[in-house]
Design a protein around this ligand. Sequence first.
Ligand code: DX5
Ligand code: ZN
Length: 215
Amino acid sequence: MKLAPSILAADFGNFERDARRLEAAGADYLHIDIMDGHFVENISFGADVVKAIRPVTKCLLDCHLMVENPEKYVASFAQAGADSLSIHVEATRHIHGAIQKVNAAGLRSAVVINPGTDISSIKHVLEIVDMVLVMTVNPGFGGQKFIPECLGKVRELADIRQFRGLDFEIEVDGGVDNQTIIACRDAGADVFVAGSYVFDGNIEENIATLREALN
Ligand code: DX5
Ligand code: ZN
């Protein structure tokens, strides 16, 4: 079970301090939300922020690309020091090719599905990804309410993984707190992104509470 705090909810003037705190508090992955203002309404930050965080943490840098034409940016995120790139199936006309490009760059790859997207759209890339990210809110903003209907897809993916003998991780993202994380784990998720829950109050205490909920 891995915790992946999202720095979208961090203090944008203190990414270094917050990244160090998250690692010390037991984060496994740092989830980095890249938004271009086209694929989603919001604009966050780009590869240069990944480059700035890279030297201050050993955590896996889990970059969630909410951008149009994500394949265009694989090289720049690889150069910036990203460990994993997550590509939305809705953002590219060539999901298989985009994942191949991430793999060829030597990075871990993930395919992402929005709440309105069925898993049939990703079944032909499950053999070549390291992770599937099931969005549990519509992407674009932190602090939204968890959509429980998305859990059915987590269960389906966990079944497919077992049936086909695959080993991709299943990550959930959006509205994860100390209650919803339990439902996600029970459905079969292994990696849990949390932004506002972690940063609302004391980071160390909140990460510990999430960890306890998983035990
Ligand atoms: C939403 C982002 C999430 C966001 C999660 O578009 O992909 O990673 O930071 O934030 P919370 O945990 O507040 O829902
Ligand atoms: Zn995200």
